[in-house]
Design a binder for this molecule. Structure first.
Ligand code: FE
Length: 187
C-alpha cells in the first residue's frame, strides 16, 4: 500500500470514528417543548370557505406570496390532518363578505405541513396588515389567531399586533415566501 492509499484509509477511519463517536456519545435531540401560539380575535368576517391552497384569481391586484409552515404540538410533534382556515382582505383592505374570495381552508399533510398561495392583505382603519387564521387539530379545540408581517406600516399603532405572530419573510427564487409554524396544545 502506498502512502497516498494509507492516508485515504486513515482519513476514512477517522471520519467513521468521529461519526460513530458522535452517534454513541451525544445525547439524542430532546424536545424542550414549543410555546403555544397565542390566540387573537377572530373579528366579524369569518365565513365558510372552499378547500384550496391557492386563493389568487385572475385580475387580483396585490403582492403575491406563499405562506407555508407546520402545525406542531407543544411536545414538538407534527400534527397531521389539522384544519386551517384562512381569511383576509384584498390589497385595498376590503373583505369579501358575500362570496368566498380570499377565503380557504386546508388540512395539514402527514408531516404537519401547510401552504397557501395568496396576496399581502391591505391594512384598514385601526388594523395593520394581517391574515386571520383558525387552526384545529383533529378532536381538539380551535385556535383562532392572526398573522402579521414584519415592517408593515401600521404594526406599531395596532393594539392587537403581537410580534410572536410575525411571519418570517424571505425571497426564495424570486418569490416572496412567508413562514410560520403554529403550535397547539394537544389535550
Ligand atoms: Fe381583520
Amino acid at each position: 500500500m502506498d502512502a497516498r492509499a494509507r492516508f485515504v484509509l486513515l482519513a476514512a477511519a477517522l471520519v467513521l470514528g468521529a461519526a460513530t463517536a458522535s452517534g454513541s456519545h451525544s445525547a439524542p435531540a430532546v424536545c424542550e417543548g414549543f410555546p403555544q401560539t397565542p390566540g387573537q380575535i377572530g373579528g366579524i368576517h369569518y365565513r365558510r370557505s372552499p378547500l384550496r391552497h391557492n386563493v389568487v384569481f385572475a385580475g387580483l391586484a396585490g403582492t403575491r406570496f406563499t405562506l407555508e409552515g407546520l402545525v406542531l404540538s407543544t411536545s414538538c410533534k407534527p400534527v397531521e390532518g389539522a384544519r386551517i382556515d384562512f381569511w383576509q382582505t384584498d390589497s385595498n383592505g376590503h373583505y369579501d363578505d358575500t362570496g368566498t374570495r380570499l377565503r380557504s381552508h386546508q388540512f395539514t399533510d402527514p408531516h404537519g405541513r401547510y401552504h397557501l398561495e395568496t396576496i399581502l392583505p391591505g391594512a384598514y382603519p385601526g388594523r395593520t396588515r394581517h391574515l386571520h387564521v383558525k387552526v384545529r387539530a383533529p378532536d381538539q379545540p380551535t385556535l383562532t389567531t392572526e398573522l402579521y408581517f414584519p415592517g408593515a406600516l401600521h404594526n406599531d399603532r395596532d393594539p392587537y399586533f403581537d410580534k410572536r405572530l410575525l411571519v418570517h419573510l424571505a425571497g426564495v427564487h424570486r418569490k416572496l415566501v412567508a413562514h410560520f409554524d403554529f403550535v397547539l396544545r394537544i389535550r
